[in-house]
Write a protein that binds this ligand. Structure first.
Ligand code: GLA
Length: 390
């Protein structure tokens, strides 16, 4: 289903739920990170792209007026209700905290969407490491903009959404997911400098290659606590090196300070320093359509995340091993875990004409190794959030 068809579907669902057509329809994509993992909060470079999976919101004013913003989700039993006439706070209804945080962020800027009936439908797999939460935040922000008839600066918009995640969902995420959901561009990856917040588009439209995403369909509980721990370890390493962040750290400087560092902290920093280098190199390789080199960098990224950063898991490792065993002869250039880790998805760079054979091998190999079913799908680099109607 392309975005147009998806929007029509959501418009019909809105009409079924509320008995009238929506006045606004907006969409914001999920993302896959090609390389540069656990780098955004270290001020380095990341290279994600928006995917053709979206959080779509259809909305209209409530017929009776009023300040209540109701969001019904096709994936959740309970609807979210936000009273826009009062300061917005967190709710025990967890999923509602993403839109709540965004509405609060706009309120702080003096923008209030007022009462709305909203229907949310997302095709971004939940908890799959593809930024379903950023898509929901950015979709909400895009709806508020559409309703208010104004647009805020894209960087401000991404930061407002990140703040919602920090303060309302309690997840100390970096800036990558929200930036690419706002600023993604069709047929391009987004090279984001997380320190200056400048973005550069890296074209990726060679029809001979594709990115294949495989969902392990597992999500280990460790995720959030380990994420915060990794952040703290990186800050500790930077402070021992006398730097504001690991962005400017070099492998030599790290080696010199090795004796002052806990072994784990040393390995975390080694990942970050290597991964920033790999990301910059990968952007160059992609510009040059050098797919074998890009693939090799992806494998190296995975090894570093598995051994030094320790955020992979058996299921992700299994998928990367299977991809590696299919190899270049079978059409796989490279593969790595993507996202925060501890479950979710892997991303593989593959030859387009081998996609169906690779898909079969990945699915069968994963089942044989883990007893689990994988979900495998491709995506071209998609455009960022947009207003479809209104
Ligand atoms: C999660 C966070 C991002 C980023 C990745 C790891 O997706 O939301 O900010 O840190 O993990 O690269």
């Amino acid at each position: 289903m392309n975005l147009q068809e998806l929007s029509e579907h959501v418009a019909r669902e809105f009409e079924k739920a509320f008995g009238r057509p929506p006045r606004w329809i907006v969409a914001a994509p999920g993302r896959v990170n090609v390389i540069g993992e656990h780098i955004d909060y270290n001020d380095g470079f990341v290279l994600p792209m928006a995917i053709e999976y979206y959080a779509v919101m259809a909305a209209d004013r409530p017929p009776g007026g009023g300040a209540m913003l109701h969001i019904r989700s096709t994936a959740q039993k309970e609807a979210a209700s936000i009273d826009t006439s009062k300061p917005v706070t967190t709710s025990p209804l967890k999923w509602s905290n993403y839109p709540r945080g965004v509405v609060a962020g706009f309120a702080a800027r003096g923008l209030n969407p007022g009462g709305l009936d909203v229907l949310l439908h997302s095709t971004v797999p939940l908890g799959g490491g593809l930024s379903s939460s950023a898509a929901l935040e950015v979709s909400t922000a895009t709806l508020v903009e559409a309703v208010a008839g104004t647009k805020i600066d894209p960087v401000e918009k991404a930061l407002l959404c990140q703040k919602a995640e920090h303060e309302f969902a309690g997840v100390p995420c970096g800036i990558m997911d929200q930036f690419v959901s706002v600023m993604g561009r069709q047929s391009h990856l987004l090279l984001l400098d997380c320190r200056s917040r400048k973005t550069e588009l890296v074209p990726m439209s060679d029809p001979s290659v594709e990115l294949l995403i495989t969902n392990t369909n597992v999500r280990h509980e460790l995720g959030i606590s380990q994420y915060a721990r990794r952040r703290a370890q990186c800050e500790a390493a930077a402070s021992i090196l006398g730097l504001p962040s690991l962005r400017d750290a070099s492998a030599d400087a790290l080696e010199k300070h090795k004796s002052q560092m806990d072994g784990e902290v040393f390995r975390r920093a080694r990942h970050v320093i290597g991964e920033i280098e790999r990301t910059v190199q990968a952007a160059e390789s992609i510009r040059a359509s050098n797919w074998p080199e890009t693939g090799a960098l992806m494998y190296a990224s995975h090894r570093s995340l598995r051994d030094d950063y320790e955020v992979s898991c058996a299921e992700m490792d299994a998928l990367v091993e299977i991809a590696e065993s299919i190899g270049l002869d079978g059409g796989v250039y490279g593969c790595r875990m993507t996202g925060g880790g501890f479950g979710g998805c892997t991303v593989a760079l593959v030859k387009s004409d081998s996609v169906s054979a690779i898909t079969k091998k990945l699915a069968a190999g994963y089942k044989a190794k883990t007893g689990l079913e994988a979900t495998i799908f491709g995506s071209r680099p998609a455009g960022g959030a947009r207003v479809i109607k209104g």
